[in-house]
Design a protein around this ligand. Structure first.
Ligand SMILES: *Cc1c(COP(=O)(O)O)cnc(C)c1O
Length: 230
């Protein structure tokens, strides 16, 4: 399938989810997750009108950045080792995987300008999932108060892989409630207006619960193995 046809279909589903929940579709930005596919396929997404691309590995992100034209925003969505920060921090617009103070310290040290970060939260409490526990988020944000470069733009989560849509919904709802609590801190470097949640299987539920960034890989650009594997 061409990306442009997949995108048309996804946009219809976004519009329907927005209608159901009284939201406006321009509040929702699609991040095309290109980690499974080639730079050519990433280019096809940009040519179809996508302006944000997501990658979860530093080398692959930098490689594609060299090839893809059209100046998209690059989002780092994978778990980030501190020793990799230097390579990515000044080449991405957003980091979706801030999950510990030591990582924040490294970002702060290496950044040459503002870095928009999402604090990644483990809302499902599945041990296999990355992210902080919900109760750790406010203390972390408060620790970041004096940081010059880090902006806490929002929160990010991954819902569990399950057929149980109520379980998925409760994870997204928990993230939104936590986002509202962070906003109440009124901390200058933590506007925390954004919610990065929802993937190919669950983005409609995420939108109904307030997602502002959805991260879509397989149903948009595919997950063919011609590109780079997970
Ligand atoms: C791979 C990945 C996605 C996209 O997943 P799909 O199910 O293919 O849409 C989204 N977010 C993160 C963090 C990922 O690693």
């Amino acid at each position: 399938m061409r990306v442009i046809d997949n995108l048309r279909h996804i946009n219809e589903r976004i519009n329907e989810a927005c209608n159901r929940s009284g939201r406006c579709s321009d509040e929702v930005t699609i991040i095309a997750v290109t980690k499974y596919v080639s730079a050519e396929r990433a280019q096809e997404a940009v040519d179809a009108g996508i302006s944000s691309l997501g990658e979860n590995r530093d080398a692959e992100l930098l490689r594609k950045q060299d090839i893809v034209k059209g100046n998209p925003d690059w989002h780092f969505i994978g778990s980030l080792q501190s020793r990799k920060v230097k390579a990515v921090v000044n080449n991405v617009s957003h980091i979706h995987s801030l999950d510990r103070l030591s990582l924040a310290n490294e970002i702060e040290k290496r950044a040459t300008g503002p870095v928009r970060c999402f604090v990644q939260v483990n809302t499902s409490l599945e041990p296999s999932k990355h992210g902080m526990k919900q109760e750790e988020v406010i203390p972390l944000v408060q620790e970041l108060a004096g940081f010059e470069h880090i902006i806490v733009d929002g929160l990010m989560t991954m819902a569990p892989l399950t057929e149980d849509t109520e379980k998925i919904r409760s994870c997204f709802r928990a993230l939104r409630e936590l986002r509202d609590q962070v906003q109440k801190l009124k901390q200058p470097n933590a506007p925390c207006t954004e919610l990065s949640m929802g993937m190919s299987n669950d983005f409609e539920i995420a939108i109904e619960e307030g997602a502002t960034y959805i991260r879509i890989g397989s149903s948009l650009v595919g997950n063919e193995t011609g590109g780079v594997q997970q």
